[in-house]
Design a protein around this ligand. Structure first.
Ligand SMILES: [Cu+2]
Length: 145
């Protein structure tokens, strides 16, 4: 029961918490909303100049990583979008040379791009590769030499 309660809080369904505590007659502690999840690139940073083959390190706060196909609440897997906008929330992320999936729950990788300026976005997709609300990074512009 406690586990369910904790999951509810972490999912942001905080309205359940006071009712739960009240049902047991316990004092109701102030409910702190779950922090908003955040996605970003740890590397490269925007404005960086990188070689044709370079490391990409994903960043994620207040959310979890799980393999594609694993339907686990508040988790997803990373995608790198290269020179394309993210699909709308809930849309399936295409799978092609510009939309890379990391369905084995990787948190870092190495990619190779043609020389020139490129814009990278990291997007968390759910177990069905659908864009999760709030989990599209800011664009990161890099120069590949
Ligand atoms: Cu995917």
């Amino acid at each position: 029961m406690m586990r369910r309660f904790m999951q509810s809080v972490s999912c942001g369904l905080v309205a359940l918490a006071p009712a739960f505590a009240g049902a047991q007659g316990a004092a109701v502690a102030p409910v702190v909303p779950a922090p908003a999840p955040e996605i970003f690139l740890r590397a490269p940073v925007t404005g960086a100049t990188v070689g044709k083959t370079f490391d990409v390190v994903f960043g994620l706060r207040h959310y979890g990583v799980a393999p594609a196909g694993a339907n686990i609440a508040s988790t997803g897997h990373f995608h790198i979008l290269i020179d394309v906008e993210a699909p709308p929330v809930g849309a399936v992320i295409p799978q092609d040379a510009l939309n890379l999936h990391f369905g084995k729950a990787l948190i870092e990788t190495t990619i190779t791009l043609a020389p020139g300026k490129h814009t990278l976005r990291v997007v968390l997709g759910d177990f069905e590769h659908k864009v999760i609300a709030g989990l599209v990074s800011k664009p990161v512009t890099v120069t590949v030499k």
